[in-house]
Design a binder for this molecule. Structure first.
Ligand code: NAD
Length: 338
């Protein structure tokens, strides 16, 4: 049983903690918080040992009646690996300032820069390259979504070139200070957006160019893909391939799943904790091939799609499983992924 800690128990951190706890070959030793907020209280109520990132703040946790087990440094001493889920930019500082000095393996999130971590990870793209490594970054939610569907298509018929336009949520549902609330924002306004190069950190040889926009919604990212194929296949071949691909769901607009709001309603009806949809939803009706080019639309639940990848990254880096498909299967079974 491997010992895992979460540094930064926020949107991603709390979900990774629950996903790790659901596995039978790893356990959460503790999670860190900076402030005695409701997430700190609920972490303790759920049974996680809470360690504080700012030791001087211990009295504020005591005043709030939230039990503290120790400091973040004390937690790190007890771990085989830490999953760093701190906000963008802090993970890279933690790598240099703390984890490397301690000789502690660490997984980072998509907000960190690939160059600063040195290695990126997606379960379906480059699991084998991360086996036994000390540091890796699970690519962002958008990049994870692109990899989940492009990998099986590449396996089936080869890809000459991908063009993708990403419509990105303005904020997560719990955020009040992000936007836009009344505009469509080319973000970044330059082409290509950073997403294509990010995909190439795990699908090394893929020819891909991306553009991205921010829109006023909290319910998922939406992607529009145009994929020039190497060899001739039918739409049914693509459907069959995506249908058999783990963590990808073909969903029908004709059954009322006409929008990202519909996909989120579907996740609620599945009874998922926090309404999470770990799978990438592809609109079945959107699949079409014109002049050797495949078109499709998909939706990405930004708060949860990277979570199973974090579990697989733990198995790869701690050399617990050298077969990616076995880790994916094990993670999925424990998390109830379709
Ligand atoms: P978040 O703000 O929801 O959570 C971050 C947590 O880290 C909070 O609990 C915060 O209190 C804590 N924290 C802040 N500074 C800290 C420090 N110095 N030391 C320890 N803890 C600290 O952020 P998030 O959305 O979970 O994002 C975390 C990472 O995951 C980022 O790299 C982000 O880019 C990436 N990511 C986010 C999403 C998303 O949609 N939210 C999706 C994929 C990847």
């Amino acid at each position: 049983m491997k010992s895992v800690g979460i540094n930064g128990y926020g949107t991603i951190g709390k979900r990774v903690a629950d996903a790790v706890s659901a596995q039978d070959d790893m356990k959460i030793v503790g999670v860190t918080k900076r402030s005695p907020d409701f997430e700190a209280r609920m972490a303790v109520e759920k049974g996680y040992d809470l360690y504080i990132s700012v030791p001087e703040r211990e009295s504020s946790f005591e005043e709030a009646g939230i039990k503290v087990t120790g400091t973040a440094d004390e937690l790190l001493e007890k771990l085989d690996i830490v999953v760093d889920c701190t906000p963008e930019g802090i993970g890279a500082k933690n790598k240099e300032g703390t984890y490397e000095k301690m000789g502690l393996k660490a997984i980072f999130q998509g907000g960190e820069k690939h160059d600063q971590i040195g290695l990126s990870f997606n379960s379906f793209s480059n699991y084998n390259d991360v086996i036994g490594k000390d540091y890796a970054r699970v690519v962002s939610c958008n990049t994870t979504g692109l990899c989940r569907t492009l990998n099986p298509i590449n396996d089936l018929c080869g890809i000459k070139k991908v063009r993708a336009v990403m419509v990105r949520r303005g904020a997560d549902p719990g955020q009040v200070k992000k936007g836009p609330i009344n505009a469509i924002v080319p973000n970044p306004p330059t082409v290509p957006s950073h997403h294509g190069p990010d995909v190439q950190t795990v699908m090394y040889d893929l020819n891909i160019t991306t553009m991205a926009l921010l829109v006023p919604t909290t319910l998922m990212h939406q992607h529009n893909l145009m994929v020039e194929l190497e060899s001739s296949v039918s739409v049914d071949d693509i459907k069959e391939k995506l249908n058999e691909t783990p963590r990808v769901l073909l969903l029908k607009a004709g059954e009322g799943l006409t929008s990202t709001a519909g996909f989120m309603e579907y996740a609620k009806d599945l009874g998922r904790s926090r309404n999470d949809l770990f799978e990438i939803g592809v609109w079945e009706e959107s699949l079409n091939i014109v002049d050797g080019e495949l078109y499709y639309m998909q939706a990405i639940h930004q708060e949860s799609d990277v979570v199973p990848e974090n579990v697989d990254a733990i198995r790869a880096m701690l050399e617990m499983e050298d077969d990616p498909s076995k880790s994916i299967q094990k993670t999925n079974k424990a998390m109830g992924i379709l």
